[in-house]
Design a protein around this ligand. Structure first.
Ligand code: AMP
Ligand code: TRP
Length: 327
């Protein structure tokens, strides 16, 4: 079984949503599947980036992924821009993707609204590059958070369209979205998903200090009433905290509800902070030991790119022949 997934290298550190929605699955899957994980730096430049910090950020996120348990000896970890076939296939896919399909994408609509002065074509064609990231490696499964479901559907549609036009080339990969944890909400507005681009107090970074974790959980928005009950509609704040507690402590939601019965919100917050600190502290220590090892981190990405490139080249040879480009 082959797995492929991608993650952007920008913004502050990865947060608990990235972990529960995606990275945790990646770490588990390395043991049993042929895994490729791609740091999508070309996607990142669809929003303005400072050229001086982008490369540094890519290396920092590499250190974070390694600290979280991604093991370059058990998987292929690489930077997207090191493998030029991604952009080549993306161009070919752009010639079979209707503009209307791209304009329907929720992420595009959100981002175009947020940055009206920079509504560039790359924001619109972002999902085509993502389809190329995926289909180049012909994976069976793509583990992602819920927000990527629509992009995965488009990827499948592109595979179908390509096959219909040029002959059977790509199987349609399945999205693997965790049953719980695929959509972790903001600590300050539990109706919105937790997002790297929002202020620090809305998210728990995987590398926050114990003091920062305690403070952010303490000021997290809760709901009226006193009961600790899971209900996304009636108690979105408490439900998000309860979900985090359950996923980080390895209990079910209903076990957690029973455990906290009759205890107040303050107890839930204290115990959630405790379990977060206990789980995240080893990640922070590991990141600290990796972060200054620029040469090693770059070498990891180059080694991964070499492996990825040999697979990508095979697919491109097949695609070029099918499309009628000269070999
Ligand atoms: P990004 O940071 O946008 O590159 O996202 C990386 C991965 O984390 C993707 O698989 C997303 O679906 C996932 N993800 C991002 N935010 C959340 C969230 N709030 N809850 C669950 N998964 C998320
Ligand atoms: N669009 C994804 C996100 O924002 C990142 C991504 C790019 C990706 N290429 C991918 C995810 C390929 C899975 C597979 O989270």
């Amino acid at each position: 079984m082959r797995i492929l997934s991608g993650i952007q290298p920008t913004g502050p550190s990865y947060h608990v949503g990235n972990y529960l929605g995606a990275i945790k699955q990646w770490v588990e899957m390395q043991e049993t599947a042929d895994c490729l994980f791609c740091i999508v730096d070309l996607h990142a430049i669809t929003v303005p980036q400072d050229p001086k910090t982008l490369a540094k950020s890519t290396l920092e996120k590499t250190a974070e992924l390694l600290a979280l348990g991604i093991d370059p000896d058990r998987c292929t970890l690489f930077a997207q821009s090191y493998v030029k076939e991604h952009t080549e296939l993306s161009w070919i896919f752009s010639t079979i993707t209707p503009v209307g399909e791209l304009e329907r994408m929720t992420q595009y609509k959100d981002k175009a609204k947020k940055q009206r002065e920079n509504a560039n074509a790359g924001l619109l064609t972002y999902p085509i590059l993502m389809a190329a990231d995926i289909l180049l490696y012909k994976p069976d499964v793509v583990p992602v958070g819920e927000d990527q479901k629509q992009h995965l559907e488009l990827t499948r549609a592109i595979a179908r369209k390509f096959n219909a036009r040029f002959g059977k080339t790509f199987a349609e990969p399945a999205a693997l979205i965790p049953k719980t944890g695929g959509r972790i909400m903001s600590l300050q507005d539990p109706k919105k998903k937790m997002s790297k681009s929002d202020p620090a107090d809305t998210q728990i970074s995987l590398f926050d200090s114990p003091e920062a974790i305690r403070k952010k959980i303490k000021i997290a928005v809760t709901d009226t009433g006193k009961d600790i009950k899971y209900s996304q509609t009636k108690k979105p704040g408490i439900s998000n905290l309860l979900l985090l507690y359950s996923l980080f402590s390895g209990t079910t939601i209903s076990e957690a509800e029973t455990y906290f019965k009759g205890k107040g919100y303050a107890v839930l917050k204290k115990e959630l902070a405790d379990v977060l600190i206990e789980t995240l502290e080893p990640f922070r220590v590991k990141k600290h030991s990796l972060i200054s090892r620029d040469v090693y981190l770059r070498e990891v990405l180059l080694r991964g790119a070499k492996k990825a490139r040999s697979l990508a080249e095979q697919t491109m040879e097949e695609v070029r022949a099918k499309v009628g480009l000269l070999s």
